[in-house]
Design a binder for this molecule. Structure first.
Ligand SMILES: CC(C)(COP(=O)(O)OP(=O)(O)OC[C@H]1O[C@@H](n2cnc3c(N)ncnc32)[C@H](O)[C@@H]1OP(=O)(O)O)[C@@H](O)C(=O)NCCC(=O)NCCS
Length: 155
């Protein structure tokens, strides 16, 4: 599939050449960021799709999902902290939904930390509905996960 362009930003598929920059971006955002090996496995996995968001050819965000049996599961989404709150997370989520549906997804699900208000807002804005809680899901601080779903008319 091609790239998505909006204003000065562009969303395209992540490649192995992007991993170092993506890892740098992730280091400031996640406690459990992945190794080079994990990233390589993830982007070469034929059930996954990872994209990067570029502004003026600089990677400022990324996102990814797995698609299994008509159901997409969002794995990660991130926007560089200096650029958060400007609608870029929203762009990445809506692009993922569009791609997953064009690949046959009938529903999209995800788990998000209960305290992650920014992420929950972005998902809600894109039509996701909270459907339950997984208690003590995150091992680092025993935080609950909120389960969210987006279903199409067929899903
Ligand atoms: C989650 C994340 C990707 C959101 O990206 P973003 O570019 O800041 O989001 P947007 O600017 O598109 O915001 C979308 C909506 O969420 C709201 N929002 C964003 N940050 C918020 C915050 N801290 N508190 C409350 N609402 C917030 C915005 O107001 C906006 O809603 P609106 O258009 O109705 O005002 C970003 O915060 C991030 O990278 N966080 C760290 C990584 C992470 O936690 N990822 C999710 C789990 S994998």
């Amino acid at each position: 599939m091609g790239t998505t362009t909006k204003k000065s930003s562009k969303i395209r598929r992540m490649t192995a050449a992007d991993i170092n920059i993506v890892k740098e971006l992730a280091r400031e955002l996640f406690k459990d960021e992945w190794s080079q090996e994990t990233w390589l496995t993830e982007i070469n996995n034929n059930i996954s799709y990872y994209s990067v968001l570029e502004i003026n050819n600089e990677i400022v965000g990324y996102a990814g999902y797995w698609l299994v049996a008509g159901e997409a599961q969002i794995i990660r989404i991130a926007v560089a902290s200096k650029l958060q709150g400007r609608g870029l997370g929203n762009l990445l989520v809506s692009d993922m939904i569009e791609r997953a549906m064009s690949q046959g997804a009938l529903a999209v699900s995800l788990e998000v930390r209960e305290s992650n208000i920014a992420a929950r807002k972005v998902y809600e804005k894109n039509g996701f509905v909270e459907s339950g809680i997984r208690p003590n899901y995150y091992q680092d601080n025993n935080e609950n996960a909120v389960i969210m779903w987006l279903k199409t008319e067929q899903g």
